[in-house]
Design a protein around this ligand. Structure first.
Ligand SMILES: [Zn+2]
Length: 93
């Protein structure tokens, strides 16, 4: 499995301030930057989230609001339906 590394024109390395020495590549989750001049490395998540330092943040940030955990599609006043079983009625007679 080889990542495609490409240099990014016009990007200045934040450490050594060298231009066009930073190349980028990405894997499944994040985009990496590395400077071939000074060895600077950085990465950021592709989805823009902060680094998952705590597992709790991942659990609580999946779209579920703990204060509002009622299902969005709440069936309201669904009538109960009693199906008359014709076989049972036959037994009565
Ligand atoms: Zn550098």
């Amino acid at each position: 499995m080889s990542h495609v590394k490409r240099f990014v024109a016009g990007v200045v390395c934040p450490r050594c301030a060298e231009m066009d020495s930073t190349r980028m590549y990405r894997d499944d989750e994040r985009e990496h930057r590395e400077c071939v001049k000074c060895g600077f490395e950085d990465s950021m998540r592709l989805d823009g989230r902060p680094e998952p330092k705590e597992l709790e943040t991942r659990v609580s940030s999946d779209g579920v609001d703990p204060l509002k955990n009622t299902p969005a599609t709440e069936p309201e006043a669904q009538p109960l339906q009693f199906f008359v079983n014709p076989n049972l009625q036959k037994k009565d007679h």
